[in-house]
Ligand binder design. Structure first.
Ligand SMILES: Cc1ncc(COP(=O)(O)O)c(C=O)c1O
Length: 382
């Protein structure tokens, strides 16, 4: 018998309470009962996104929300400024290109965050840039980007929208959509919200609505105007993912009851414990700039294949973590502590990591990582 622990940065574990909520019989998506649920969900999303504006719920993964944020905001001839500091920054550029537009890329070395001043320089130079596309947290590197500062820079340029992929950031740490001037914030269900994959969320500011009115790019399924019109009547444009929305109502109620501050503090404590464990084990962490509270990115010990660590953790110990992508393949492994993950899940993962490292012949004081994490938990209230 072996239990399984999902410690990858998405999908993340789903609590039994949420699973049960989603097990109830399906109701019709055009019924008054479902509209009532959507009305509650609309308000709950505004709380989570820290916005007064509407937040669309799309039946899609996060990438669908990203794609729609390109096809609905830009128009033919527009340029999108992209911060490419990892795998997901590359995705913004790919989507913009797929719509026949030109991405203007700011290439940032993986492991670092962008300099907001460079964004300003580009916006000054090129008035064809109508939107800035950026990650709040680059999951491939574990680096948080300075979104508040970028928001202040973009606001200097009237008519330019700031579009933030907060798929692995929202609910983990503070993202103030309205206060920071974030025109579009995209997120997904299978991350900090602790739902299965299948829903994408997109908040839309006044400027985003204006841009949607002038956008002439082809669109059909991801038509934000149509989605928003329906949302205002507590309906989905198409068949809603009814079971996921049951779960969504439950997690949003739980988030409201817990409170954003407490939710952020919970993630911060787990991150602190994971980092303390890394240090105690003599493992370096990959991010060179602000590491996020979403996950901890460990560099594999010199000469050791990180892919092996990931495989042993999963196949032998039942702990699923993520490896590295592209140039980081074989070099890093990423342990997520986002969503429905508590301190004992993390302790388990760290213990499994120690056993894996032992098996691979790495020299360290056995128990040191677990001990360091426990000391953080004893010191911090949770
Ligand atoms: C920052 C970021 N952006 C985009 C995505 C893509 O989301 P999805 O796989 O839900 O389409 C992910 C998924 O890991 C992510 O972490």
């Amino acid at each position: 018998m072996k239990k399984k622990y999902l410690m990858a940065p998405g999908p993340t574990p789903v609590s039994p309470e949420v699973l049960l909520e989603m097990a109830q019989p399906i109701i019709h998506h055009r019924s008054p009962q479902f509209s009532e649920i959507l009305a509650e969900v609309r308000e709950g999303l505004k709380y989570l996104f820290q916005t007064k504006n509407e937040v669309l719920t799309l039946v899609a993964t996060g990438t669908g929300g990203m794609e729609g944020s390109v096809s609905n905001l830009l128009a033919k001839g527009d340029k999108g400024l992209v911060v490419r500091g990892g795998k997901f920054g590359e995705r913004w550029a790919q989507i913009i290109s797929a719509y026949g537009l030109t991405p203007v890329n700011i290439d940032v070395e993986w492991g670092y965050g962008p300099d907001p001043g460079v964004i300003r320089d580009h916006l000054k130079k090129d008035s064809a840039i109508k939107a800035v596309y950026v990650q709040a947290h680059e999951t491939s590197t574990g680096v948080k980007f300075p979104i508040q500062e970028i928001g202040a820079v973009v606001k200097e340029f009237s008519g330019v929208a700031l579009v933030v992929d907060a798929i692995s950031a929202l609910g983990v740490y503070d993202i103030k959509t309205d206060d920071w001037g974030l025109d579009v914030v995209v997120s997904g269900s299978q991350k900090a919200m602790g739902l299965p994959p299948g829903l994408a969320f997109v908040s839309l500011s006044e400027l985003a609505l204006e841009m949607m009115a002038r956008s002439d790019l082809p669109k059909f399924y991801f038509d934000f105007k149509k989605e928003r019109k329906n949302l205002l009547e507590n309906k989905g444009a198409y068949t809603s993912a009814v079971s996921l929305v049951f779960g969504l109502r439950k997690v949003l109620r739980d988030i409201k009851a817990e409170g954003l501050e407490v939710m952020f503090a919970r993630h911060a404590l787990l991150a602190k414990a994971a980092r303390a464990a890394a240090t105690a084990l003599g493992l370096a962490m990959f991010p060179k700039d602000s590491p996020s509270e979403t996950l901890t990115v460990f560099l594999a010990p010199e000469g050791m294949d990180a892919g092996k660590i990931v495989k042993i953790l999963r196949d032998k110990h039942g702990v699923t973590v993520a490896g590295g992508q592209d140039a980081l393949k074989g070099k890093i492994f990423r342990i997520s502590h986002m969503g429905y993950v508590d301190r004992f899940d993390l302790i388990t993962a760290l213990s499994a990591l120690e056993m894996t490292l032992m098996e691979l012949g790495y020299k360290f004081e056995v128990g040191a990582g677990v001990k360091a994490a426990e000391e953080v938990f004893i010191g911090g209230a949770q």
